[in-house]
Design a protein around this ligand. Structure first.
Ligand code: C2E
Ligand code: MG
Ligand code: MG
Length: 654
């Protein structure tokens, strides 16, 4: 391009800009105009030549050289641009990343940190850069942090992850999840790159879950799992160090069930929480007070100097619990039975410690509650006996050792038999005939009572049907069968009873189910449904041991109940105790008002019978008439009844 063109200057073309000129320009200038030519090159021309014949002859080479040079130049420009763009892209990525990216030198000094630093750890970038990362790590996490960096230094290009706490600018601690990469050998970085983000929320949630797994939701106390772990630790320490002693206190609230049943679960819960704080008042920070379940608490006392420390703690707890509890508008008084075990017995496992503490607690309870007892091996005997009894009962069921005895229920006025109560007996291979008081309790606790009750129900129903078929009795005899609380709460109870009646072909109107007042009251929720189902079947219901439990008139009115059996404890005193006489008289009057039949239990003397008769009590059972007897003797009793009583009702009082 000549600098001087007919319609302008060549330099003007250059000024249009490089995007327009996509080819190399070589300026031709005349001698003496070189200064202008230099300006042109500055403005974008590739080169200039001074016009001369020689140059003109060489123009093809000049053009070729210019093209080559141009080519190199544009190539370099393109690379630089690409590099620039990629650098900008990465910078943007880092600057907009939600994670913090920091580059450390080998000593841990932060040489670079991305802008999100402010958001995550709160520091202005200028303050953060230049800090040593180890000064920001939580003291407890420093070993983790140091090991992390050391491991990174050991492996160039390697990358690893850890979790630790960093101090936030506001002085709080933030959990971070950090990935480190060793780029010390990368000339562009020459540092350790940390990439981290805030996981405080997640960590808090995890810690909460961990806490919940080891603590009781209601009281916030350690739960059984954590307690067992602490006891195991204590046992280990005790084995390693003869001076280290610990004690375990097993505590059970007396009568808590009554509070729960009568006042409701909300009050029960409030009471448990209040008890928790009373317990804690007696303990040191190093002791563990755990909720073991329901109304059971276990305290682990560590580093005690002897039994005295444990008994003092137990006494303190009992004194503390004896102060009345004021719960919103209610005042409650509670007590606890406490079993104490001290480590010097050489325990190996936590179960052994807890078992013995539990045994001691039962011992304390059996001596009248609100006391503590220190475990000693002789206390194991009754527990072992109970276990043996359980084993024996299972075997007795398999070997069909249970028998049904029958106690007649008579019309007190006429003396004729109106029915029987079926009472279970255990025909023990060595001990002879064993009464229910010796095994019903254990059978109920172990659930074996269910099998026993079915067996009695089936056999008694079969027996009565057999008597009905053998003897034309009028009106029909009835059979009273006792049901335990466990049995009574079965949702399929009515269906099962119906099945037994079908199998034995017994008229449902001949069957009477006896349940105690307390069974009824403790299971009010299911009682109504079950009682109505039984009533619909034609089976009637008797309330056993009436007067001994707490009851409400309401259920007598609203539930299908047919018979009240006045407990033997009242009958045995009607002759001597005026007030007992009054109670019996009132129960009889009440029953008649409500349209219920009354049976007096435990009639032993003719005076009792006469008094009951005078009070209008229609039915009775007791040793005066007959003890419970086996089926053969019961048959004989029936056969010996005078014919008069079989067919005619007698209304005079005998
Ligand atoms: P219960 O249902 O109140 O039965 C009456 C108890 O009083 C019987 O005791 C009976 O032998 C006794 N008895 C009757 N008349 C007299 C008397 O004049 N004087 C005295 N001192 N006692 C008398 P047993 O047979 O020892 O039964 C005790 C309890 O065991 C029963 O009390 C009942 O609650 C329970 N039981 C008995 N058999 C069964 C059963 O098959 N299933 C269930 N779940 N419980 C049963
Ligand atoms: Mg009974
Ligand atoms: Mg009874």
């Amino acid at each position: 391009m000549d600098l001087l063109l007919p319609d302008g200057k060549g330099t003007e073309l250059l000024a249009v800009g490089d995007q327009f000129v996509s080819f190399p320009i070589v300026i031709m200038t005349s001698y003496g105009n070189e200064r202008v030519a230099v300006e042109a090159v500055k403005a974008g021309a590739l080169d200039y030549v001074v016009k001369s014949p020689m140059v003109l002859a060489d123009l093809p080479h000049i053009a070729e050289r210019a093209l080559r040079e141009w080519h190199h130049l544009t190539e370099r420009q393109r690379t630089e641009k690409a590099l620039y763009q990629s650098e900008r892209r990465f910078r943007a990525l880092i600057e907009h990343s939600s994670d913090v990216i920091s580059v450390l030198d080998v000593t841990g000094v932060i040489r670079y940190s991305s802008p999100s630093t402010m958001r995550i750890v709160g520091y202005p970038l200028d303050d953060y850069q230049g800090c040593n990362i180890f000064e920001l790590i939580h003291p407890d996490d420093l070993p983790i942090g140091r090991a992390f960096i050391v491991r990174l230094l050991d492996c160039p290009d390697g990358n690893m992850t850890t979790e630790l706490r960093l101090r936030h600018h506001d002085a709080s601690w933030r959990w971070i999840d950090v990935t480190g990469t060793n780029l010390l050998d990368d000339p562009a970085v020459q540092g350790i790159v940390l990439n981290y983000r805030d996981i405080t929320e997640r960590k808090r949630f995890e810690l909460q879950l961990q806490h919940d797994a080891l603590h009781d939701a209601l009281t916030g106390l350690p739960n059984r799992v954590l307690l067992v772990d602490r006891i195991e630790q204590a046992i280990k320490r005790n084995q390693q160090d003869e001076h280290y002693q610990f004690a375990v206190l097993f505590l059970d609230l007396d009568h808590f069930k009554v509070v729960n049943d009568s006042r409701g679960h909300t009050v029960g819960d409030q009471l448990l929480m209040a008890v928790t704080s009373r317990l804690q008042e007696c303990l040191r920070a190093s002791d563990t007070c755990a909720r073991f379940g329901g109304d059971e608490f276990v305290v682990l006392l560590e580093r005690i100097s002897g039994l005295d420390d444990a008994t003092q703690a137990a006494a303190c707890i009992q004194t503390n619990l004896s102060r009345p509890f004021h719960l919103s508008d209610l005042t409650l008084v509670v007590s606890a039975s406490i079993g104490i075990v001290v480590s010097n017995v050489g325990y190996e496992q936590s179960e052994e410690v807890l078992r013995d503490a539990d045994i001691a607690m039962y011992y304390a309870k059996s001596r009248g509650k609100a006391q503590y007892a220190v475990f000693d091996v002789t206390m194991r005997a009754p527990v072992l006996a109970r276990l043996a009894l359980e084993e024996d009962l299972r075997r007795a069921l398999e070997r069909h050792e249970f028998r049904v005895y029958y106690q007649p229920i008579i019309s007190l006025a006429a003396g004729d038999i109106r029915g029987f109560e079926a009472l279970v007996r255990w025909q023990h291979p060595h001990r002879g005939l064993v009464g229910p008081s010796e095994f019903i309790g254990v059978a109920e606790e172990t659930g074996l009572i269910e099998d026993i009750d079915w067996l009695v129900l089936r056999e008694a129903s079969r027996q009565l049907q057999e008597w009905h078929e053998r003897m034309p009795w009028e009106p029909l005899l009835s059979m009273n069968v006792n049901l335990s609380g466990k049995q009574f709460t079965r949702p399929d109870l009515a269906a099962q009873i119906e099945q037994v009646l079908r199998e034995t072909r017994l008229d449902p109107h001949s069957l009477r189910i006896e349940i105690t007042e307390s069974t009824l009251m403790e299971n009010m929720a299911v009682a109504a449904t079950t009682l109505h189902q039984l009533h619909a079947l034609g089976v009637s219901i008797a309330i056993d041991d009436f007067g001994t439990g707490y009851s409400s008139l309401n259920y007598l009115l609203n539930l299908p109940i047919h018979v009240l059996k006045i407990d033997r404890s009242f009958i045995s005193q009607i002759e001597t105790d005026r007030s007992q006489h009054e109670i019996v008289s009132t129960i009889i009057m009440l029953s008649h008002k409500l349209g219920l039949q009354v049976v007096a239990e435990g009639v032993e003397t003719t005076t009792q019978r006469a008094q009951l008769c005078a009070l209008g009590c229609e039915y009775g059972q007791g040793y005066l008439i007959s003890r419970p007897v086996d089926s053969a003797r019961a048959s004989a009793l029936l056969m010996s009844m005078p014919a008069l009583h079989r067919y005619h009702k007698v209304t005079d009082c005998a």
